[in-house]
Design a protein around this ligand. Sequence first.
Ligand code: X2X
Length: 341
Amino acid sequence: MRFKRLIGAAALAFTALAAALPAQAADYKSEYKLSIVVGTNFPWGQGAVIWSDLVRERTNGRINIKVYPGTSLVQGDQTREFTAIRQGVIDMAIGSTINWSPQVKELNLFSLPFLMPDYPAIDALTQGKVGEELFGILSKKGVVPLAWGENGYRQLSNSAREVKTPEDVKGMKLRVVGSPLYIDIYTALGANPTQMSWADAQPALASGAVDGQENPLSIYAGAKLYDVGQKYLSLWNYVADPLIFVVNKDVWDSWSPEDQKIVREAAVEAGRQEIVIARKGVTSTDDSLLKEIEGHGVKVTVLSPEQIGAFAKATQPVFDKWAKQIGPDLVQQAQADIAKR
Ligand code: X2X
């Protein structure tokens, strides 16, 4: 009986203590898991570090974010990342539109071949009506979207030969990312695309199981793909993948309005900084990253507008097919905003 009373007293004391604590402290987790695909040495990963550091500082450690690179919370399977965020296996993420497009078909917009010819075109979408509409769609899917970042323009590399025309990629075995749209693009070009995760792509390139791949230059250089025989690089800006900063909805709702504001503002700041980092060294005014890549014996081929036109023509049926799936209104809005940029 004494024992029971003791337990009763302990429970009472605990209840009193919990009531005395601010509600938020009781609800907050000791760690929030932030998922990204690549490591913190890449611009994408730096964005994650900037965001988590800002949040930790400004909340005095109330919100303690830990970065999980390599999509390790879903065993490297980046196409399952979005589902895992919705389910709460992942608390927050900075994800590529490509990796989430199997669950959010509208995000395929950025993968429509040759839709966005330059950086102002990307910005016209993410910072305009299209971006707002996409955030609205995400908000209905169990996540709270906060800010845009950028992986970058995806360029084609391979170990076999210089690529200047659709003819040059015929029969080439190419690793592509998780959206079926990429299978369609490379099939239309007569290549032999094979879908695999980024984790699997690197050994496949090293062993020669695939001839080539497509990724932003920051990923190509950060992963040292020139060391695994990827000596031919064609710059054609055919698609670009923005990044989206999100928090799981239940996690978001567990935070005080003050902390929500801090997390949102930090995401916007980190996103802005990350985009600057992602665009560094790959423009005509600063081509330092390109020079570095060439220094590794890589043949860099910048496609002319005419050469790009030939690829655009060959992939037009893919554009048209996917524009219907994404939603003709959204695609038209995107095209109009790009035309006005
Ligand atoms: O897997 C890729 O190619 C990467 C790293 O760019 C993405 O996550 C979309």
